[in-house]
Write a protein that binds this ligand. Structure first.
Ligand code: GLA
Length: 719
């Protein structure tokens, strides 16, 4: 509920309150935390210090703001910058706040909104208008917010900064957790303790990037807050602590190369940001997962079973024929696998990564006819999926020869190639038309059930002949990219899309709005996946995370049963040449697939709870618990690498303390016997099971014992 009480605006989610007060033509954030009752007065929360009587050689204002204008002699980061007639300084003053029916945005934003309030400000210097929206949702504690600048002046203005969210707090320190990395090492967790300093993460690569995911956790005064953006482009997150004891948190699009000219009447809408407050991180995770499933993911897929797939990439790379793919599908179908995904190399003359991107035309000689191949695979009772990389163009391609201007490049300058490819100039409406026509035709004619949509290089040489001002490039690129995705997903409503970007380099809510799954990482080594997946799942639900059992050719050589236990927490599949598997391996795969299908709902949509952390201990695990706590899956992993397991205990979590449960270990080919027992929830959650003894007496394969072990449990309430 959003309420106006006296001169306070009280924005209540289910369990949180955010309170803003009008204060000297400013909006002051006086409270964000646990829900408060509706009192008539919150003035005791206000900073109380009038602007003009605050010390002279420091910040202009002492109050906690939800916006900050450029150049108002504030040391801390501003949230909005508008240039008019060469003047960079603004002073946005609060005008009004009203409940509104919604807002227009060319960008994806949360579905199924509850109430929205719009705060309006006018810059007394340029006369531009700033609107700031806050939205609540009936079923969760997430609050969404964003800003927009409208040119209400008589001449053009330029926006050079527009953050989506700003919150100020009173504190001298903060703990920040960010999810950073590299290609093949995405979303690994970093914890930073901040005092008297400024912390910033960002991306300027044209994608959200593996370097820094926009999801961030900030702990201040004992409260834990999660922040994220519904956005896939350049972003920036700031946590800044002033020695005066003010903490400023900001998230939004990066102002890198942002120079957005608005004619009178035009507006620039920032991406939607989301925030949630909780007393512990586990609740932030749970709330973010629920929010993404209920308000971001396409409702056609939000709680729908995700098929068990096999992808040929790591099995064949470019070296395949239609018959080889059919053989893979046939073997996979005999194991119960439900979908074959044909990866890169089926189009143009692409037998290596040096050519053909943009030529989305079947290489009939190689595939034996794509439609024919899809039909043969479907006759096995399987679904058919296809890889594309629409936002890219190879200089060696028919499309580049015909339309070199479709590539991102500055006129007269040789653009930088990466993986022998250039980015398409999506700011050019012709590119948008070309891609939407050719892709919709391809997907419909082939009858695909699934599309893996890749994006394998970051942007450079950004330039579009269609823009009068290149400072619009990074923003307009995504306006058109989302438009492309909207057209395609509307034309193909039953096709499941999985986003990929050299693995997990564009893993964000903007992409998830159209594509319910994201390939977690090109790193399919189960050991490394423990880190990547733990980091990913802090902010994103497991059904969004593509995770596959890969071949056993990586170090450490992890048994296929453990590879399954680790991949089964995501949108699950296999990725190796199954035609080379032995009969006993096929038998194991068959059992795994059938077990996964039996428990699919829990594995894909159960409430995720972390049992430990791979970042600070050898023993780790996770649970997936049903809403009613009657059923749960648990995975426990010991990654001790020194050849000797230690006695280590683990406890389950998230169960009903008073209920009696039966705990059954998933039968594994490398484990003798069956392990089952019954116990009450309180004992399971507090007692601590001895993992060393459990695995030591059952282990069959000694080589695994020295390095790595994992077990999966099904926990069912029996009384
Ligand atoms: C990227 C993806 C891989 C695969 C290749 C194909 O690297 O992350 O999974 O699809 O492209 O070129």
């Amino acid at each position: 509920m959003i309420k106006f009480i006296n001169n306070y605006l009280k924005i209540d989610s289910k369990n949180n309150s955010l309170i803003i007060v009008k204060h000297d033509n400013r909006s002051e954030l006086v409270y964000y935390g646990k829900k408060l009752a509706d009192h008539n007065d919150y003035s005791y929360f206000s900073s109380g210090c009038k602007d003009k009587c605050f010390a002279s050689n420091c910040d202009y204002t002492n109050i906690r703001s939800v916006i900050a204008s450029n150049g108002e002699c504030a040391q801390k980061s501003s949230s909005v910058g508008v240039i008019k007639n060469g003047i960079f300084t603004n002073r946005f003053e609060y005008v009004s706040a009203n409940i509104v029916e919604g807002f227009d945005s060319p960008l994806p934003n949360a579905r199924n909104k509850g109430q929205t309030v719009c705060l309006e400000y006018v810059d007394v210097i340029s006369k531009a208008t700033l609107k700031q929206y806050f939205t609540v949702f009936d079923d969760c504690d997430v609050i969404a917010t964003h800003t927009e600048v409208i040119n209400t002046c008589e001449c053009p203005i330029t926006v050079n900064k527009l953050m989506s969210l700003q919150l100020d707090f009173i504190a001298l320190e903060a703990n920040v957790s960010t999810f950073d990395g590299t290609w093949v090492n995405e979303r690994t967790r970093h914890n930073t303790h901040l005092t008297g300093s400024r912390f910033e993460i960002s991306s300027a690569l044209g994608i959200t990037s593996a370097e820094h995911n926009p999801f961030m956790i900030v702990e201040i005064n004992g409260g834990v807050m999660g922040f994220n953006l519904v956005w896939s482009g350049n972003h920036k997150e700031v946590v800044e602590i002033s020695p005066f004891g003010r903490v400023r948190v900001q998230t939004g699009m990066n102002d890198y190369q942002l120079n957005y000219e608005l004619k009178p009447g035009e507006k620039l809408v920032a991406p939607e940001a989301v925030m949630v407050y909780a007393e512990k991180e586990e609740t932030v995770t749970n709330q973010m997962h629920k929010f993404i499933l209920n308000h971001i993911i396409n409702p056609n897929f939000a709680y729908k079973d995700r098929p068990v797939l096999i992808n040929n990439w790591e099995g064949t790379y470019f070296d395949f024929t239609g018959d080889k793919i059919y053989e893979i599908a046939e073997k996979a179908a005999s194991c119960g696998i439900e979908m074959l995904v044909l990866d890169d190399g089926w189009f143009g003359v692409r037998n290596s990564d040096a050519c053909s991107l943009g030529d989305w035309v079947d290489n009939v000689e190689k595939t034996g006819g794509l439609k024919n191949l899809a039909d043969r695979i479907k006759s096995l009772g399987m679904k058919f999926g296809l890889w594309v990389e629409p936002e890219m163009i190879s200089p060696k391609s028919d499309i580049f020869e015909a339309h070199p201007e479709y590539a991102q490049a500055i006129p007269g300058v040789e653009p930088i190639e990466r993986r022998w490819q250039l980015c398409m100039d999506l700011c050019n409406p012709e590119v948008l038309e070309y891609l939407s026509d050719i892709l919709i035709k391809l997907f419909k004619e082939t009858g695909v059930d699934y599309v893996k949509w890749d994006h394998n290089r970051s942007m450079s040489d950004v330039y579009s002949k269609c823009l009068d001002n290149q400072g619009k490039y990074f923003y307009n690129y995504y306006v058109n990219q989302y438009e492309l995705l909207r057209r395609i997903t509307e034309a193909c409503p039953n096709v499941l899309f999985e986003s990929c970007s050299s693995g997990g380099c564009r893993y964000d809510m903007g992409i998830q709005y159209f594509m319910p799954q994201c390939w977690g990482s090109d790193n399919t080594n189960a050991f490394c996946r423990l880190f990547i997946q733990e980091g990913t799942l802090v902010g994103y639900p497991q059904s969004t995370m593509g995770a596959h059992v890969a071949a056993a050719n990586t170090f450490p050589n992890i048994n296929i049963e453990s590879r399954f236990n680790i991949a089964a927490v995501g949108a699950f599949g296999y990725e190796f040449d199954i035609t080379k598997s032995t009969d006993s391996e096929l038998d194991i795969i068959k059992k795994q697939v059938s077990y996964y299908k039996e428990h699919r709902k829990l594995l894909q949509y159960g409430n995720y709870i972390r049992l430990g952390s791979i970042f600070d201990s050898d023993l780790t695990g996770w649970m997936l618990v049903s809403d009613d706590k009657c059923e749960a899956m648990a995975v426990v992993v010991d990654k001790t690498e020194n050849g000797r397991f230690k006695y280590q205990r683990f406890s389950f979590a998230g169960l009903d303390e008073t209920a009696l449960y039966k705990v059954s270990m998933r039968p594994q080919a490398n484990v003798d016997g069956i392990f089952e027992f019954t116990a009450y929830g309180d004992a399971l959650m507090n007692g601590g099971l001895d993992f060393y003894s459990m695995i030591n007496c059952e282990i069959k394969e000694k080589e695994e014992a020295g390095r790595f072990a994992s077990r999966m449990f099904y926990i069912k309430k029996i009384n």
